[in-house]
Design a protein around this ligand. Structure first.
Ligand code: AMP
Length: 588
């Protein structure tokens, strides 16, 4: 297929944001696309080469792409840089420049979608010391044969700046219309996508096998399933209203959701956003296969950091220590976890998603053996408000966030948020009962609408004993455009090249401020934190306290001296108070 067809289509799509128009452009494009190219087109539309879970990244830096243009065009790099600076978009700049191309090429090879795709694929696969040169060679060879419009889109795909604004839903609408003539078939297509997370494969199936092929679409082991999500409820009474008079309550653990695909010793782990995460959990890879009593299985679990001595669940932040490229073995010993299973989606070659919650829980308990490392998530069948509150108390005391409530007779609905699962977190009051006045110690540059301002601030308490400012949270919500501007005006003169020694923070910031300004925030909760330094060691050794979901109230307390900010003592009192409130509430 000629790449020019795709480039022209992209060009039209870039000119609109209207979903109906985009769908129509896509339908026209799909109708022109040979069936063996359709999956490639679907990936390219989304600026990808393969589904996300395969983790194939193009990873071409702007500089490299910049250097590839003159090679193919004979245009001096300076000129390209100037144009780039003007428009801020290399794809666009290159098309303007290539219009003025001085060097004519004689041996022009056709640019087809297949050729572009395969070249991009080779570039993505390249690594090692000589890879930069090779990448440049590949890019140059494509640009050499491309028209300016084609070149601009090749560059945008390469740099990851192709932003057609086409959501997966729009692609699925267009597939339904183009290949079945009926938009209603979208539901079946959606199901195929939910179980495979691979829109390219879905497109190819519908193009080659029609809706019958889609109806036969099955779970594929090692292709992640899009997770089922839960609605939120505010109270036990609301939960009962929505769920009826008998349902399951599970601990809502505060860890990382992991989807495990297992066959023999082969294990794949996917995060909630369906990325591969094996490298953070070598202990899961090593230990879990021994707990499985099935030929193959797809499971869902929450991996949670634990205190090995007490078995207590630790906050999510602890797990983040494992998100590192190097020395993962050390992190594995320092931050032990348990794997808490809560669902099974596939077992011994059979799809379990249609089975009810009750049946799935039975299957889970039959095919997964428990031990110190692998657990079933604590569950209880509840029938009234008292029973929910009772179980909530156990859950909070064990260190979890609240409860997940699940209907007993309902299937697993991949990829959707619905009322068959509800989450009930510990109730937020105002939210902590009190606001806090905190010292601004660091800033992070904003993105999008916040460019040019500090989009997020790093905040600290006042430690009266040490006369220091230990970090307690980052805050990035609650700001209006006006308050961001105002804060920028106040904070900019306070930027210091070196971190003031009174600032105690392990967190890095884009800029450090002299600790001189106090702002007011509210938050939902105070939690133990391995990263923040406020009230370090006061509650637990090697842990500080952090604010959960902090929000700026709009009050810049310019009248306050930093020594009048909330102290560690006050934060400790609030932390203890909230434990007590949760406890008392659950006893009532
Ligand atoms: P939220 O992120 O607040 O929307 O809550 C959903 C998340 O809670 C899931 O993605 C899981 O990571 C986590 N979770 C913790 N415990 C459970 C459970 N028992 N069942 C399902 N999800 C759970």
């Amino acid at each position: 297929m000629e790449f020019s067809i795709l480039a022209e289509s992209f060009n039209k799509m870039e000119s609109t944001r209207k979903r109906l128009e985009l769908t129509q452009f896509l339908v026209e494009l799909f109708e022109k696309t040979p069936h063996d190219v359709i999956s490639k087109i679907v990936y390219l539309i989304q600026g990808k080469l393969r589904p996300d879970f395969e983790g194939i990244e193009l990873g071409v830096a702007e500089k490299l792409a910049l250097r590839s243009i003159p090679k193919s065009s004979g245009i001096p790099i300076k000129k390209i840089e100037d144009e780039y600076r003007k428009s801020g978009d290399l794809g666009h700049a290159s098309s303007i420049i290539l219009e003025q191309k001085t060097q004519t090429t004689f041996l022009v090879e056709d640019i087809t979608v297949e050729r572009v795709y395969e070249t991009l694929f080779k570039i993505a696969k390249l690594g090692g010391s000589r890879s930069q040169d090779m990448k440049m060679k590949y890019i140059s060879s494509l640009l050499n044969d491309a028209t300016p419009l084609e070149a601009s889109f090749i560059l945008k795909i390469l740099l990851g700046t192709l932003r057609l604004g086409i959501a997966e839903n729009t692609v699925m609408d267009a597939l339904a219309v183009a290949f079945t003539g009926e938009k209603e078939n979208r539901k079946k297509i959606q199901y195929a996508y939910n179980v495979s997370s691979d829109l390219g494969k879905v497109a190819e199936t519908i193009a080659t096998k029609g809706i019958e092929g889609i109806e036969k679409f099955e779970i594929i082991l090692f292709n992640p399933i899009r997770p089922m999500l839960a609605d939120r409820v505010k109270s036990e009474a609301e939960a009962i209203e929505k769920m009826g008079n008998e349902f399951a309550a599970e601990y809502k653990l505060d860890g990382e959701r992991v989807q495990l695909h297992i066959e023999g010793d082969k294990v794949a782990l996917f995060s909630r956003s369906l990325e591969r995460i094996e490298s953070y959990y070598p202990d899961i890879i090593e230990k879990i296969p021994k707990n499985i009593q099935a030929d193959n299985i797809i499971l869902e679990a929450e991996a949670v950091a634990i205190n090995e001595n007490t078995g207590e669940f630790l906050p999510f932040q602890e797990l983040m220590h494992r998100r590192r490229k190097y020395k993962i073995e050390k992190a594995v010993t320092e931050y032990p976890i348990s794997v808490n299973f809560f669902d099974v989606l596939y077992c011994n070659g059979k799809n379990c998603m249609e089975s009810s919650y009750k049946e799935r829980r039975n299957t889970l308990e039959k095919h997964v053996k428990e031990d110190e490392f692998a657990k079933y998530i604590p569950m209880s069948i509840v029938r009234n408000e008292n029973e929910i509150e009772d179980f909530m108390e156990n859950s909070i005391n064990a260190g979890s966030e609240g409860l997940m409530l699940k209907m007993l007779d309902k299937p697993y609905q991949a990829g959707s948020r619905g009322s068959h699962w509800l989450k009930l977190k510990r109730e937020y009051r105002n939210e902590l009962g009190d606001s806090l006045d905190l010292v601004v110690i660091g800033g992070y540059f904003g993105k999008g609408r916040r460019t040019g301002n500090y989009g997020t601030l790093l905040l600290a308490t006042y430690d009266e004993d040490e006369d220091t400012f230990p970090s307690i949270c980052k805050v990035g919500t609650g700001f209006t455009d006006e308050s961001l501007d105002q804060l920028y005006q106040i904070l900019n003169p306070k930027v210091s090249i070196k971190k003031n020694p009174r600032i105690i923070s392990e967190m890095e910031a884009d800029v450090w401020f002299e600790p001189e300004l106090v702002i007011e925030v509210v938050a939902s909760e105070i939690t133990l934190s391995p990263i923040h330094k406020a009230a370090m060691n006061a509650i637990r050794k090697d842990s500080g306290l952090a604010l959960r979901f902090p929000k700026f109230t709009g009050k810049i307390r310019v009248e306050k001296a930093v020594e009048d900010a909330s102290t560690n003592e006050e934060v400790i009192t609030l932390y203890k108070g909230q434990k007590k409130i949760a406890h008392d509430k659950n006893l009532m």
